[in-house]
Design a protein around this ligand. Structure first.
Ligand code: MN
Length: 260
């Protein structure tokens, strides 16, 4: 059974190496997102190249105001990965006052992704779904947008779907009526499972990537179909997105640059 967790913060568990060991042993496919450019190298070093885990370069909107000085590092590291996240906007009361700088940083990141030929981007949008869609609508060349935990009204979900967005959903979303209404409005062939661990929780403690099956089961229950059908659909979706994601450019090899 292919198990996928398309948004997980491996570096934020108390023992990241142990979580990676278990996830690798269980064969979980993971998009390992980061919250600051300075966390990218260490998080990427947790996993072996060529395995089932990809590390995304991120700058979390809740940290943008404090860490915008890391933006040059973000641009420097961008050629090293095909995946960007977690980036986006947070308009919740605690972060609303920094929305201006968040939007400025997000536009700069989307610009850079477009200039790099397009990336696959995991986006946060709490309390700012309309503004987020406005910004990505201006940058279609930035790549493939995966809206993480996108709990918006069905009409807004439809707008996102019309813009070509993908969606990553978790068990917590499926447990709420609003979340289920949003998921109902998502195209079934653009949905991916996520845990958002360790922020996502299960039974009152942080969820682990190998527990993403809870999302499969909840989705199967909501749709009234066997979990095997959901597994096959989500695997197809994941494959389609990975195939659409170009490999990151090789790091320029200066020693080879002058050979004629
Ligand atoms: Mn997250």
């Amino acid at each position: 059974m292919a198990l996928i967790d398309f948004h997980c913060h491996l570096d934020l568990y108390p023992d990241p190496a142990a979580v990676v060991r278990q996830a690798v042993s269980d064969g979980v496919y993971i998009l390992s997102v980061t919250t600051t450019p300075s966390a990218f190298a260490g998080t990427a070093a947790l996993v072996r190249a060529g395995g089932r885990i990809r590390t995304a370069l991120g700058l979390h909107p809740e940290l943008v105001a404090a860490r915008q000085k890391e933006l040059p590092l973000f641009f420097k590291l961008l050629p090293e990965t095909s995946y960007v996240g977690e980036v986006g906007l947070d308009g919740s009361p605690a972060h609303r006052d920094t929305l201006d700088v968040q939007a400025r940083v997000l536009v700069a990141i989307l610009d850079a992704c477009a200039a790099a030929g397009g990336k696959t981007i995991s986006l946060h949008s709490r309390g700012a779904t309309d503004l987020l869609l406005d910004l990505i609508e201006f940058e279609p060349e930035a790549g493939r947008f995966v809206l993480h935990w996108f709990s918006a009204k069905p009409a807004i979900v439809k707008r996102a779907a019309d813009l070509g967005c993908w969606f990553s959903i978790g068990a917590t979303m499926l447990a709420s009526k609003t979340g289920r209404a949003a998921i109902d409005a998502m195209p079934a062939d653009r949905i991916l499972p996520e845990t958002d661990g360790p922020f996502g929780s299960m039974a009152g403690r942080p969820v682990f990537p190998w527990e993403a099956m809870a999302t499969y089961r909840a989705l199967a229950a909501v749709r009234g179909v066997p979990v095997e059908q959901i597994e096959s659909e989500l695997t197809d979706n994941f494959r389609a997105l990975v195939v659409a994601t170009p490999a990151s450019e090789p790091v320029p090899n200066s020693s080879g640059a002058h050979i004629h």
